[in-house]
Ligand binder design. Sequence first.
Ligand code: SF4
Ligand code: SF4
Ligand code: SF4
Length: 159
Amino acid sequence: MVDLSRRRLFRRNTGNSDNLSLPWIKNAESFTDNCTRCGLCVDKCQTKIIVNGDGGFPSIDFTKDECTFCYQCAEACPEGLFLSKEEPPWQAKAKIEANCLAINNVECRSCSDMCDAMAIGFSFQVGKVAQPEINLDECTGCGACVASCPTSSINVSNL
Ligand code: SF4
Ligand code: SF4
Ligand code: SF4
């Protein structure tokens, strides 16, 4: 039997803290029961962020690039595992972890430069460099900020 908690311990950081499944997945809980691991979504992904994750099931790796919400993974899937394009792709949001440079008082704003949704703001606090803050209403969970972070301090997960 595969010890998933142990595997998680040694997994390379993908900027995806809860093994986020693909956008528009109908049912994340039953995904591994129904996905045949055919790899068609992996081949079709516009930005090549779909990788073979735990057990060979497709998973997102935001260290490679962002999700453009192109819907090609969904279109490629022969198993009917995706919602229609009119539905929201997911509830995923970015989260900044405690090892962020700015939180540790080192000037850095790389993540906000990458955010097309302008969801990352910086606020001034006495005695500190400007501190990042993610506006969860604006964040699309695209993951564009993840690869830009020099300290791998951003994870995207379903809230
Ligand atoms: S929506 Fe497009 S970019 Fe996002 S995971 Fe699917 S194929 Fe890749
Ligand atoms: S996940 Fe996308 S929208 Fe959210 S903060 Fe990062 S770059 Fe902005
Ligand atoms: S890029 Fe990373 S280290 Fe820099 S402010 Fe954003 S989260 Fe912090």
